[in-house]
Design a protein around this ligand. Structure first.
Ligand code: BES
Ligand code: MN
Ligand code: ZN
Length: 487
Protein backbone atom coordinates (compact mmCIF):
# COMPACT_ATOMS: atom_id res chain seq x y z
CA UNK A 1 0.00 0.00 0.00
CA UNK A 2 1.24 3.44 -0.99
CA UNK A 3 0.49 6.64 0.82
CA UNK A 4 -0.12 9.93 -0.97
CA UNK A 5 -0.77 13.38 0.39
CA UNK A 6 -3.19 15.50 -1.56
CA UNK A 7 -4.68 18.96 -1.28
CA UNK A 8 -7.11 18.57 -4.15
CA UNK A 9 -10.73 17.67 -3.69
CA UNK A 10 -12.64 15.58 -4.50
CA UNK A 11 -10.63 12.52 -3.60
CA UNK A 12 -10.49 9.75 -6.14
CA UNK A 13 -10.97 7.18 -3.40
CA UNK A 14 -14.05 4.95 -3.43
CA UNK A 15 -13.88 4.74 0.33
CA UNK A 16 -13.55 7.91 2.34
CA UNK A 17 -12.98 8.16 6.06
CA UNK A 18 -14.15 11.20 7.94
CA UNK A 19 -12.87 11.34 11.51
CA UNK A 20 -15.29 13.19 13.76
CA UNK A 21 -14.66 14.55 17.22
CA UNK A 22 -17.37 14.59 19.89
CA UNK A 23 -17.64 18.34 20.40
CA UNK A 24 -20.52 20.65 21.24
CA UNK A 25 -20.76 21.41 17.52
CA UNK A 26 -21.49 17.79 16.67
CA UNK A 27 -25.16 18.47 15.73
CA UNK A 28 -24.09 21.16 13.24
CA UNK A 29 -21.31 18.98 11.86
CA UNK A 30 -23.78 16.13 11.35
CA UNK A 31 -26.38 18.41 9.82
CA UNK A 32 -23.84 19.56 7.26
CA UNK A 33 -22.99 15.95 6.53
CA UNK A 34 -26.66 15.01 6.21
CA UNK A 35 -26.94 17.75 3.66
CA UNK A 36 -23.88 16.59 1.76
CA UNK A 37 -24.98 12.93 1.70
CA UNK A 38 -28.70 13.51 1.25
CA UNK A 39 -29.68 12.04 4.61
CA UNK A 40 -32.30 12.91 7.19
CA UNK A 41 -30.48 15.05 9.80
CA UNK A 42 -32.41 13.64 12.76
CA UNK A 43 -31.68 10.04 11.73
CA UNK A 44 -27.97 10.74 11.39
CA UNK A 45 -27.85 12.43 14.78
CA UNK A 46 -29.71 9.50 16.27
CA UNK A 47 -27.39 6.87 14.82
CA UNK A 48 -23.96 8.48 15.22
CA UNK A 49 -22.63 9.93 18.46
CA UNK A 50 -18.93 10.17 17.55
CA UNK A 51 -17.98 7.90 20.44
CA UNK A 52 -14.38 6.69 20.41
CA UNK A 53 -14.03 4.01 17.67
CA UNK A 54 -17.67 4.27 16.62
CA UNK A 55 -18.06 3.55 12.91
CA UNK A 56 -20.96 4.44 10.63
CA UNK A 57 -20.73 3.50 6.94
CA UNK A 58 -22.72 5.65 4.54
CA UNK A 59 -23.36 4.24 1.08
CA UNK A 60 -23.43 6.50 -1.92
CA UNK A 61 -24.00 6.10 -5.62
CA UNK A 62 -21.52 4.28 -7.89
CA UNK A 63 -20.34 2.03 -5.07
CA UNK A 64 -18.75 4.85 -3.13
CA UNK A 65 -18.73 4.65 0.64
CA UNK A 66 -17.92 7.01 3.46
CA UNK A 67 -17.13 5.91 6.99
CA UNK A 68 -17.80 8.31 9.79
CA UNK A 69 -15.23 7.48 12.46
CA UNK A 70 -15.90 8.62 16.01
CA UNK A 71 -12.93 9.91 18.01
CA UNK A 72 -14.61 10.70 21.32
CA UNK A 73 -14.00 13.92 23.21
CA UNK A 74 -10.26 14.07 23.71
CA UNK A 75 -7.84 14.01 20.80
CA UNK A 76 -4.49 12.50 21.72
CA UNK A 77 -1.93 10.71 19.56
CA UNK A 78 -2.98 7.36 21.05
CA UNK A 79 -6.68 8.05 20.39
CA UNK A 80 -5.98 8.78 16.73
CA UNK A 81 -3.75 5.74 16.43
CA UNK A 82 -6.18 3.34 18.09
CA UNK A 83 -9.26 4.61 16.29
CA UNK A 84 -7.60 4.13 12.90
CA UNK A 85 -5.95 0.84 13.80
CA UNK A 86 -9.29 -0.45 14.90
CA UNK A 87 -11.27 0.69 11.86
CA UNK A 88 -8.73 -0.65 9.37
CA UNK A 89 -8.31 -3.93 11.27
CA UNK A 90 -12.05 -4.58 11.46
CA UNK A 91 -12.97 -3.30 8.00
CA UNK A 92 -9.95 -4.45 6.01
CA UNK A 93 -11.92 -6.91 3.87
CA UNK A 94 -14.47 -4.24 3.04
CA UNK A 95 -12.08 -1.52 1.91
CA UNK A 96 -11.71 -0.54 -1.71
CA UNK A 97 -8.19 -0.52 -3.24
CA UNK A 98 -8.05 3.24 -2.79
CA UNK A 99 -9.05 4.72 0.54
CA UNK A 100 -9.11 8.40 1.39
CA UNK A 101 -8.80 9.95 4.82
CA UNK A 102 -9.83 13.54 5.35
CA UNK A 103 -7.40 15.12 7.80
CA UNK A 104 -7.91 18.68 6.61
CA UNK A 105 -8.02 21.10 9.49
CA UNK A 106 -6.31 18.79 11.95
CA UNK A 107 -2.83 19.28 13.37
CA UNK A 108 -0.19 17.92 10.96
CA UNK A 109 1.21 15.66 13.70
CA UNK A 110 -2.03 13.71 13.47
CA UNK A 111 -0.76 12.27 10.18
CA UNK A 112 1.85 10.32 12.15
CA UNK A 113 -0.69 8.63 14.41
CA UNK A 114 -3.12 7.92 11.58
CA UNK A 115 -0.46 6.35 9.37
CA UNK A 116 0.86 4.24 12.26
CA UNK A 117 -2.68 3.12 13.10
CA UNK A 118 -3.48 2.19 9.50
CA UNK A 119 -0.19 0.33 9.01
CA UNK A 120 -0.70 -1.51 12.31
CA UNK A 121 -4.32 -2.35 11.38
CA UNK A 122 -2.94 -4.42 8.51
CA UNK A 123 -0.56 -6.32 10.78
CA UNK A 124 -0.97 -10.09 10.67
CA UNK A 125 -0.24 -12.12 13.79
CA UNK A 126 -0.25 -15.42 11.91
CA UNK A 127 3.52 -15.65 11.48
CA UNK A 128 3.49 -19.42 11.29
CA UNK A 129 0.03 -20.28 10.06
CA UNK A 130 -0.04 -22.37 6.88
CA UNK A 131 -3.47 -20.96 6.01
CA UNK A 132 -2.38 -17.41 5.33
CA UNK A 133 -5.31 -15.04 4.98
CA UNK A 134 -5.32 -13.42 1.54
CA UNK A 135 -3.87 -9.93 1.49
CA UNK A 136 -6.77 -7.57 1.05
CA UNK A 137 -6.86 -5.25 -1.94
CA UNK A 138 -6.13 -2.18 0.13
CA UNK A 139 -3.13 -3.69 1.90
CA UNK A 140 -1.72 -5.20 -1.32
CA UNK A 141 0.85 -3.56 -3.57
CA UNK A 142 -1.90 -1.87 -5.56
CA UNK A 143 -3.53 -0.31 -2.51
CA UNK A 144 -3.44 3.45 -2.13
CA UNK A 145 -4.09 5.63 0.88
CA UNK A 146 -4.86 9.22 0.04
CA UNK A 147 -4.58 11.67 2.88
CA UNK A 148 -6.42 14.88 2.27
CA UNK A 149 -4.84 17.94 3.86
CA UNK A 150 -5.09 21.71 3.45
CA UNK A 151 -2.49 23.94 1.82
CA UNK A 152 -1.40 25.21 5.22
CA UNK A 153 -0.60 21.67 6.40
CA UNK A 154 1.38 20.86 3.28
CA UNK A 155 4.80 22.15 4.34
CA UNK A 156 5.17 19.93 7.36
CA UNK A 157 3.04 17.02 6.16
CA UNK A 158 5.72 15.45 3.95
CA UNK A 159 8.14 15.35 6.84
CA UNK A 160 5.58 13.87 9.21
CA UNK A 161 4.60 11.24 6.67
CA UNK A 162 8.24 10.29 6.13
CA UNK A 163 8.74 9.90 9.89
CA UNK A 164 5.54 7.91 10.30
CA UNK A 165 6.52 5.50 7.53
CA UNK A 166 9.99 5.08 9.06
CA UNK A 167 8.52 4.26 12.45
CA UNK A 168 5.77 2.03 11.07
CA UNK A 169 8.15 -0.19 9.09
CA UNK A 170 10.51 -0.69 12.04
CA UNK A 171 7.64 -1.11 14.48
CA UNK A 172 6.22 -3.94 12.37
CA UNK A 173 9.54 -5.80 12.45
CA UNK A 174 9.70 -5.43 16.23
CA UNK A 175 6.17 -6.82 16.51
CA UNK A 176 7.31 -9.83 14.50
CA UNK A 177 10.37 -10.31 16.71
CA UNK A 178 8.31 -10.04 19.88
CA UNK A 179 5.55 -12.35 18.67
CA UNK A 180 8.07 -14.84 17.34
CA UNK A 181 8.28 -18.10 19.30
CA UNK A 182 11.50 -18.82 21.15
CA UNK A 183 12.43 -21.75 18.92
CA UNK A 184 12.63 -19.21 16.08
CA UNK A 185 14.24 -16.53 18.20
CA UNK A 186 17.45 -17.62 19.88
CA UNK A 187 19.83 -14.78 20.93
CA UNK A 188 21.74 -14.99 17.62
CA UNK A 189 18.52 -14.03 15.81
CA UNK A 190 18.50 -10.68 17.62
CA UNK A 191 22.17 -10.22 16.71
CA UNK A 192 21.54 -11.07 13.05
CA UNK A 193 18.65 -8.60 12.94
CA UNK A 194 20.84 -5.86 14.40
CA UNK A 195 23.70 -6.53 11.98
CA UNK A 196 21.41 -6.46 8.94
CA UNK A 197 19.66 -3.32 10.15
CA UNK A 198 22.95 -1.54 10.84
CA UNK A 199 24.20 -2.36 7.33
CA UNK A 200 20.99 -1.17 5.73
CA UNK A 201 20.58 2.04 7.69
CA UNK A 202 24.13 3.19 8.31
CA UNK A 203 25.02 2.47 11.91
CA UNK A 204 27.66 0.18 13.36
CA UNK A 205 26.87 -3.09 15.10
CA UNK A 206 29.34 -5.24 17.01
CA UNK A 207 28.28 -8.61 18.38
CA UNK A 208 30.28 -10.39 21.06
CA UNK A 209 29.92 -14.15 20.78
CA UNK A 210 30.25 -16.43 23.80
CA UNK A 211 34.05 -16.59 23.61
CA UNK A 212 34.32 -12.80 23.47
CA UNK A 213 31.76 -12.46 26.28
CA UNK A 214 34.05 -14.70 28.36
CA UNK A 215 37.15 -12.68 27.40
CA UNK A 216 35.36 -9.45 28.34
CA UNK A 217 34.34 -10.84 31.71
CA UNK A 218 30.58 -10.39 31.26
CA UNK A 219 30.12 -12.95 34.00
CA UNK A 220 26.59 -12.05 35.01
CA UNK A 221 25.31 -12.62 31.48
CA UNK A 222 27.22 -15.91 31.33
CA UNK A 223 25.67 -17.11 34.58
CA UNK A 224 22.11 -16.66 33.29
CA UNK A 225 23.06 -18.45 30.09
CA UNK A 226 24.46 -21.55 31.85
CA UNK A 227 21.30 -23.64 31.52
CA UNK A 228 20.83 -22.89 27.81
CA UNK A 229 22.06 -24.84 24.82
CA UNK A 230 22.13 -21.58 22.83
CA UNK A 231 25.07 -19.25 23.44
CA UNK A 232 24.46 -15.70 24.63
CA UNK A 233 25.21 -12.62 22.54
CA UNK A 234 26.14 -9.12 23.59
CA UNK A 235 25.08 -6.60 20.97
CA UNK A 236 26.60 -3.11 20.77
CA UNK A 237 25.03 -0.75 18.24
CA UNK A 238 26.24 2.78 17.65
CA UNK A 239 24.71 5.50 15.52
CA UNK A 240 26.59 8.77 15.08
CA UNK A 241 25.06 11.67 13.17
CA UNK A 242 27.20 13.13 10.38
CA UNK A 243 29.13 16.35 11.08
CA UNK A 244 27.93 16.68 14.67
CA UNK A 245 30.87 15.78 16.91
CA UNK A 246 29.23 17.43 19.95
CA UNK A 247 25.89 15.66 19.67
CA UNK A 248 24.39 14.50 22.95
CA UNK A 249 25.36 10.91 23.73
CA UNK A 250 22.45 8.73 24.77
CA UNK A 251 23.04 5.17 25.98
CA UNK A 252 20.17 2.65 25.74
CA UNK A 253 20.30 -0.79 27.35
CA UNK A 254 17.60 -3.39 26.65
CA UNK A 255 16.84 -6.73 28.31
CA UNK A 256 17.09 -9.46 25.68
CA UNK A 257 15.85 -12.65 27.35
CA UNK A 258 14.53 -14.66 24.40
CA UNK A 259 12.77 -17.07 26.75
CA UNK A 260 12.39 -16.97 30.52
CA UNK A 261 11.52 -20.29 32.16
CA UNK A 262 12.64 -18.83 35.48
CA UNK A 263 15.61 -21.19 35.52
CA UNK A 264 15.89 -23.55 38.52
CA UNK A 265 13.44 -21.22 40.34
CA UNK A 266 11.08 -22.36 37.63
CA UNK A 267 7.90 -20.49 36.78
CA UNK A 268 4.46 -22.11 36.97
CA UNK A 269 3.44 -23.46 33.56
CA UNK A 270 0.29 -21.33 33.23
CA UNK A 271 1.26 -18.36 31.14
CA UNK A 272 4.88 -19.41 30.78
CA UNK A 273 4.53 -19.38 26.98
CA UNK A 274 4.20 -15.59 27.21
CA UNK A 275 7.83 -15.43 28.32
CA UNK A 276 8.91 -15.56 24.68
CA UNK A 277 8.29 -11.82 24.91
CA UNK A 278 10.91 -11.24 27.62
CA UNK A 279 13.04 -9.34 25.10
CA UNK A 280 10.67 -6.34 24.94
CA UNK A 281 13.42 -4.03 26.18
CA UNK A 282 15.74 -5.27 23.44
CA UNK A 283 13.02 -4.70 20.83
CA UNK A 284 12.50 -1.13 22.04
CA UNK A 285 16.23 -0.41 21.89
CA UNK A 286 16.82 -2.07 18.50
CA UNK A 287 13.74 -0.40 17.04
CA UNK A 288 14.79 3.01 18.33
CA UNK A 289 18.32 2.58 16.96
CA UNK A 290 16.97 1.77 13.52
CA UNK A 291 14.44 4.61 13.40
CA UNK A 292 16.98 7.13 14.71
CA UNK A 293 19.42 6.08 12.00
CA UNK A 294 16.75 6.19 9.28
CA UNK A 295 15.76 9.71 10.32
CA UNK A 296 19.39 10.75 10.87
CA UNK A 297 18.43 12.27 14.23
CA UNK A 298 21.06 14.67 15.62
CA UNK A 299 21.96 12.48 18.62
CA UNK A 300 24.80 10.07 19.22
CA UNK A 301 23.09 6.82 20.19
CA UNK A 302 24.56 3.69 21.69
CA UNK A 303 22.40 0.61 22.15
CA UNK A 304 23.47 -2.39 24.20
CA UNK A 305 21.58 -5.68 24.35
CA UNK A 306 22.69 -8.54 26.55
CA UNK A 307 20.74 -11.51 25.17
CA UNK A 308 20.26 -15.05 26.41
CA UNK A 309 17.66 -17.64 27.28
CA UNK A 310 16.96 -18.39 30.95
CA UNK A 311 16.72 -22.19 30.97
CA UNK A 312 16.75 -25.16 33.32
CA UNK A 313 19.26 -28.01 33.12
CA UNK A 314 22.08 -29.62 35.05
CA UNK A 315 24.44 -26.76 34.27
CA UNK A 316 22.05 -23.98 35.24
CA UNK A 317 22.89 -21.50 37.98
CA UNK A 318 21.27 -22.55 41.26
CA UNK A 319 19.58 -20.46 43.94
CA UNK A 320 22.22 -19.42 46.45
CA UNK A 321 25.05 -19.43 43.91
CA UNK A 322 27.34 -16.43 43.95
CA UNK A 323 28.35 -15.07 40.56
CA UNK A 324 30.63 -12.30 39.28
CA UNK A 325 29.86 -9.41 36.97
CA UNK A 326 31.55 -7.09 34.46
CA UNK A 327 32.12 -4.43 37.13
CA UNK A 328 33.61 -7.01 39.48
CA UNK A 329 30.78 -6.95 42.01
CA UNK A 330 29.61 -10.30 43.32
CA UNK A 331 25.92 -11.22 43.24
CA UNK A 332 24.15 -13.81 45.36
CA UNK A 333 21.46 -15.35 43.18
CA UNK A 334 18.55 -15.90 45.56
CA UNK A 335 16.09 -16.49 42.75
CA UNK A 336 17.16 -17.50 39.25
CA UNK A 337 13.90 -16.01 37.94
CA UNK A 338 15.20 -12.53 38.74
CA UNK A 339 17.52 -12.91 35.73
CA UNK A 340 16.74 -9.66 33.90
CA UNK A 341 18.50 -7.49 36.47
CA UNK A 342 21.50 -9.85 36.33
CA UNK A 343 22.08 -9.49 32.60
CA UNK A 344 21.30 -5.75 32.76
CA UNK A 345 24.03 -5.42 35.40
CA UNK A 346 26.51 -6.32 32.67
CA UNK A 347 24.75 -4.23 30.02
CA UNK A 348 24.77 -1.14 32.24
CA UNK A 349 28.26 -1.81 33.56
CA UNK A 350 29.68 -2.16 30.06
CA UNK A 351 27.87 0.99 28.92
CA UNK A 352 29.12 3.25 31.72
CA UNK A 353 32.70 1.94 31.64
CA UNK A 354 33.15 2.09 27.87
CA UNK A 355 30.89 4.86 26.58
CA UNK A 356 30.19 7.41 29.36
CA UNK A 357 26.85 8.52 27.83
CA UNK A 358 25.31 11.86 28.86
CA UNK A 359 21.99 10.12 29.39
CA UNK A 360 21.52 6.47 30.28
CA UNK A 361 18.17 4.71 29.83
CA UNK A 362 17.42 1.03 30.26
CA UNK A 363 14.23 -0.76 29.28
CA UNK A 364 13.20 -4.18 30.50
CA UNK A 365 10.25 -6.51 30.99
CA UNK A 366 11.67 -6.74 34.47
CA UNK A 367 9.06 -7.52 37.13
CA UNK A 368 5.58 -8.90 37.65
CA UNK A 369 5.50 -6.43 40.52
CA UNK A 370 5.26 -3.40 38.22
CA UNK A 371 2.14 -4.98 36.70
CA UNK A 372 0.73 -5.37 40.21
CA UNK A 373 1.44 -1.68 40.75
CA UNK A 374 0.44 -0.01 37.47
CA UNK A 375 -1.45 -2.76 35.67
CA UNK A 376 -1.29 -2.83 31.89
CA UNK A 377 -1.67 0.91 31.47
CA UNK A 378 1.74 2.39 32.28
CA UNK A 379 5.39 1.43 32.56
CA UNK A 380 7.27 2.18 35.77
CA UNK A 381 9.74 5.05 35.50
CA UNK A 382 12.65 5.18 37.92
CA UNK A 383 15.12 8.02 37.65
CA UNK A 384 17.61 9.92 39.75
CA UNK A 385 17.31 13.00 37.53
CA UNK A 386 14.31 15.35 37.59
CA UNK A 387 14.97 16.89 34.16
CA UNK A 388 15.19 13.46 32.57
CA UNK A 389 12.03 12.41 34.41
CA UNK A 390 10.07 15.38 33.14
CA UNK A 391 11.34 14.97 29.58
CA UNK A 392 10.39 11.31 29.55
CA UNK A 393 6.98 12.04 31.09
CA UNK A 394 6.41 14.67 28.42
CA UNK A 395 7.17 12.17 25.67
CA UNK A 396 4.94 9.63 27.41
CA UNK A 397 2.04 12.07 27.36
CA UNK A 398 2.77 13.10 23.80
CA UNK A 399 2.86 9.54 22.44
CA UNK A 400 0.36 7.90 24.80
CA UNK A 401 3.02 5.34 25.77
CA UNK A 402 2.42 5.99 29.45
CA UNK A 403 5.09 6.14 32.14
CA UNK A 404 4.60 6.76 35.82
CA UNK A 405 7.31 7.59 38.39
CA UNK A 406 8.19 5.21 41.20
CA UNK A 407 10.76 5.91 43.93
CA UNK A 408 14.45 5.05 44.23
CA UNK A 409 14.78 5.85 47.94
CA UNK A 410 17.76 4.29 49.68
CA UNK A 411 15.52 2.73 52.35
CA UNK A 412 14.84 0.03 49.74
CA UNK A 413 18.54 -0.81 49.53
CA UNK A 414 18.26 -3.27 52.40
CA UNK A 415 16.21 -5.50 50.08
CA UNK A 416 19.31 -6.30 48.07
CA UNK A 417 21.87 -6.59 50.89
CA UNK A 418 23.56 -9.97 50.89
CA UNK A 419 25.33 -11.73 53.77
CA UNK A 420 27.81 -13.49 51.53
CA UNK A 421 28.22 -11.29 48.43
CA UNK A 422 28.19 -7.60 47.44
CA UNK A 423 24.46 -7.77 46.80
CA UNK A 424 21.65 -10.24 46.24
CA UNK A 425 19.18 -10.33 43.37
CA UNK A 426 15.96 -10.75 45.35
CA UNK A 427 14.70 -9.70 48.76
CA UNK A 428 12.79 -12.92 49.30
CA UNK A 429 9.66 -10.93 50.07
CA UNK A 430 6.64 -10.29 47.83
CA UNK A 431 6.91 -6.55 48.47
CA UNK A 432 7.98 -3.56 46.34
CA UNK A 433 9.56 -5.90 43.79
CA UNK A 434 9.81 -3.34 40.99
CA UNK A 435 11.59 -0.92 43.30
CA UNK A 436 14.15 -3.36 44.67
CA UNK A 437 14.86 -4.44 41.08
CA UNK A 438 15.54 -0.80 40.21
CA UNK A 439 17.78 -0.43 43.28
CA UNK A 440 19.72 -3.47 42.09
CA UNK A 441 20.26 -1.90 38.66
CA UNK A 442 21.30 1.41 40.21
CA UNK A 443 24.41 -0.29 41.67
CA UNK A 444 25.64 -1.00 38.14
CA UNK A 445 25.17 2.54 36.80
CA UNK A 446 28.16 3.70 38.88
CA UNK A 447 26.18 6.72 40.11
CA UNK A 448 25.46 7.95 36.60
CA UNK A 449 23.87 11.40 37.09
CA UNK A 450 21.14 11.04 34.44
CA UNK A 451 19.84 7.50 34.48
CA UNK A 452 16.30 6.23 33.92
CA UNK A 453 15.02 2.69 34.21
CA UNK A 454 11.75 1.80 32.48
CA UNK A 455 10.06 -1.38 33.72
CA UNK A 456 7.87 -2.23 30.72
CA UNK A 457 6.70 -5.71 31.87
CA UNK A 458 3.03 -4.72 31.62
CA UNK A 459 3.32 -2.77 28.39
CA UNK A 460 5.35 -4.81 25.93
CA UNK A 461 2.93 -7.71 25.47
CA UNK A 462 -0.76 -7.24 26.23
CA UNK A 463 -4.29 -8.41 25.58
CA UNK A 464 -5.93 -6.69 22.64
CA UNK A 465 -8.95 -7.16 20.44
CA UNK A 466 -6.55 -8.20 17.67
CA UNK A 467 -5.65 -11.66 18.97
CA UNK A 468 -6.81 -14.33 21.42
CA UNK A 469 -3.53 -14.25 23.36
CA UNK A 470 -1.41 -11.41 24.61
CA UNK A 471 0.60 -9.99 21.74
CA UNK A 472 3.30 -7.42 21.04
CA UNK A 473 2.78 -3.67 21.25
CA UNK A 474 6.20 -2.40 20.21
CA UNK A 475 6.12 -0.21 23.33
CA UNK A 476 8.99 2.22 23.70
CA UNK A 477 9.93 3.06 20.12
CA UNK A 478 7.57 6.01 19.67
CA UNK A 479 8.30 7.12 23.22
CA UNK A 480 12.08 7.12 22.77
CA UNK A 481 12.00 8.65 19.30
CA UNK A 482 9.89 11.49 20.67
CA UNK A 483 12.32 11.86 23.57
CA UNK A 484 15.32 11.89 21.23
CA UNK A 485 13.72 14.47 18.95
CA UNK A 486 12.63 16.80 21.74
CA UNK A 487 14.64 15.88 24.84
N1 BES B 1 10.43 -11.61 32.90
C1 BES B 1 9.97 -11.59 34.25
C2 BES B 1 9.02 -10.43 34.55
C3 BES B 1 7.71 -10.41 33.82
C4 BES B 1 6.58 -10.92 34.43
C5 BES B 1 7.62 -9.85 32.57
C6 BES B 1 5.37 -10.89 33.76
C7 BES B 1 6.40 -9.82 31.91
C8 BES B 1 5.28 -10.33 32.50
C9 BES B 1 11.15 -11.50 35.22
O1 BES B 1 12.32 -12.08 34.77
C10 BES B 1 10.76 -12.20 36.46
O2 BES B 1 10.59 -13.39 36.40
N2 BES B 1 10.62 -11.46 37.53
C11 BES B 1 10.26 -12.02 38.79
C12 BES B 1 11.27 -11.54 39.81
C13 BES B 1 11.13 -12.19 41.14
C14 BES B 1 11.52 -13.64 41.09
C15 BES B 1 12.03 -11.45 42.10
C16 BES B 1 8.86 -11.51 39.14
O3 BES B 1 8.59 -10.33 38.91
O4 BES B 1 8.07 -12.31 39.60
MN1 MN C 1 12.45 -14.12 35.27
ZN1 ZN D 1 12.56 -12.26 32.74
Amino acid sequence: MQIQLTTTQPLSADTLILPIQQTDDLPEVLNALADRFNLTPAALQHDFKADFREILPLYQSEGRKTYLLGLGKELTAMIWLRAFRDLFFRQKDRLTPTVGVDLSGFDADVIESVVLGIRWGGYDLKLHSTAKPKTTEFYSEEGVLEIYITDQQQGIAEEVLHRAEAIAATHRQMLDLMNSPSNYKIPQVLADWAIASGQQHGYSVTVFDKAEIERQGLLALLSVNKGSEHPPVFIIAEYKPDNLPDAKKVGLVGKGVTFDTGGISIKPSTGMHLMKSDMGGAAAVLGTMEVAAKLRLPVHLIGIIPATENMVDGHATKPGDVIGSYLGKTIEVIDTDAEGRIILADGLGYMVRNFQPDVLIDLATLTGSVIGTLGYHAAGLFSNNDDLTSQLLKSATQTGERLWPLPLWDVYKEDIQSDVADLKNFSGKPLAGAISAAKFLEVFTESHPAWAHLDIAGMAFTDTEFGTQKNATGFGIRLLIDFLRNG
